[in-house]
Design a protein around this ligand. Sequence first.
Ligand SMILES: [Zn+2]
Length: 678
Amino acid sequence: MSKDLKNVKSKIESLRDEIRRHNHQYFVENMPRISDQAYDISYKRLEELECKFPKFKTVDSPTQRVGGMPLDRFKTVKHNVPMLSMDNTYSEDEIRDFNRRVEKNLNSRDIDYLVELKIDGLSVSLQYRDGVFTQGATRGDGYRGDEVTRNLKTIRSIPLKLFTKGKLKFPKLLEMRGEVYLPQAVFSNLNKEREKNGEAIFANPRNAAAGSLKLLDSRQVLKRNLDIFIWGVGYCEGIAFKTHRDVLTYFKDIGLKVNPHYKFCQGIEDVIQYCREWRDKKKTLDYDIDGIVVKVNSLKQQERLGATSKSPRWLIAYKFPSLRTETVLKEIIIQVGRFGTLTPVAVVEPVSITGSVVTRASLHNEDQIKRMGVKIGDTVLIEKAGEIIPQVVEVIKDKRSGGEKAFKMPKSCPVCGGKVARLDSEVAIRCLNQFCPAQIKNAVKQFASRDAMNIEGIGEALVEQLIDEKLIKDYADLYFLRNEQLQKLERMGVQSSANILEAIEMSKNPPLHCLIYALGIRHVGVHTAEILADEFLSIKELSKAGSQELSVIEGVGPIVAESVISFFSSCYGKKVIEKLEKAGLNMGKKSRKTSDLLTGLKFVVTGTLKGYSRGEIEEIIKKYGGKISSSVSSRTDFLILGRDTGAKYKKAKEQNVKIIKEEDFNKMIKSIPPGGKK
Ligand SMILES: [Zn+2]
């Protein structure tokens, strides 16, 4: 190798080390020490070098997290050591029973335990050979699982290469167990986005994590922002540990993400204390846990205790009492959503769960009803998890009287009477009538909503009235409403009618991405609309784009492309666009930058703001020449502080970054009122 090549190689290696270190600080320790920009620069540089010198590419390079074409299906792999299940218990007495069994089997009263939070996620196994991540698999049936290596690589708290601290040596083969999960905030954003796009929402973070891990396109998995905690060894060649605590410490040393709340307990009463403590404290976490795992700490003792065919004898899972309540399902009604999806909803005898009275619970879809065998009149268990709408989780068939009635999904739309069908591979049944009032109502609501045209005063009730009274047939008709029409509506005063018309008038100059989102194209949520607005200068330009042109855009893909094209070529799409043009809407982009007011200034925003959504304030900053960054660094000029303060605030103080309130920001751009478009 020439000297130049050697230099390139060592440069590549040092860039990789730097990026790995940053990933670890950012995703595992949650304490980044360099700015996002510095990181981006290093990452780009590494990509360039690897592209120019492909022979130095390696599978453990931080650039190799995503890529490749979607798979047709997953391979099945055998686990080196079976992934057994855990024995469950719901009571403290049973934990004491477990302790007595352990004491008896070991013939000792001197047992130390290591207790951990039981993350409500999906168990996976990770394999590292000589410190490099080579294979990951789902638990499957415990003996064989799906090989999901590419999907797991998208989780940035999983190092592609383990760390060396000091003289630590990597085992030849290390197989570990971990729990893949979706943080609550990520989950609720994902569901919001799916709801807006007319996709079925996930019942809880665990289902969403499971669904994400089973996607065949790893680029889609990347967007789901999965995370992981590593909690155990499956198989290890070359290192002998003494205790489970040593194992966890070792994991941390080699760069793995271990849940920080584990505790060493001397004796079972300590264990029970810990369980009690977390029954209440679990609310403070930003991920779901469903219990506590109690493990005998000494590995020698674990070995002596062994396992039954189903589960190890040295551990037990204490499950928190769940928020499930029994009630009677009185009726199943059908709701019709934004894209015509028919969703069955259970009407139940009112019951109180965690302080709120529940009268309805989700049944998700027809398949779910069949799977559970739900009948009208059944006694059911409903569960409320987090802030999600309660759902029916189980039918208590023992309580049947014989008078229960089977439920059938309707053959026509309950709102318009139109034809319904199950499309392609979808679980959902949809109303096929594009003029279905239920769908139009939802389309108008979205059009007027904050992330779309942001028309104040057009809420749910008014939209219902406007459509029921046949004043509008679609959202474009809003721009042709007249004062005397509005006045005729029930409960409509002179002043509020004038306010509404003014708000409609003022919405005629929307940012392009808001308008694209407002159109209500299937699969085009807020985020996708932003991507499209970056690529196209106007609605006209977007409407002319072909599938080739669209699907090559990063973050768009064939499904979105097809949906965009079919919207603009449909009668409905053509009609609303024509009307919006006629109404005089601005349907193109003024040049992005309209002033140099903020040129050269870098902003970071934290917390909830009063007058802006995150998208709005970013739009305004960009419009005036400023830059937005997601994390605070020494190069940040201003931190805009909303409600609640967190890590960014602390960091900004440390870095002496100027911290301003929303009001100060408004003063900076004082010629521009909030919303930036009035
Ligand atoms: Zn319908």
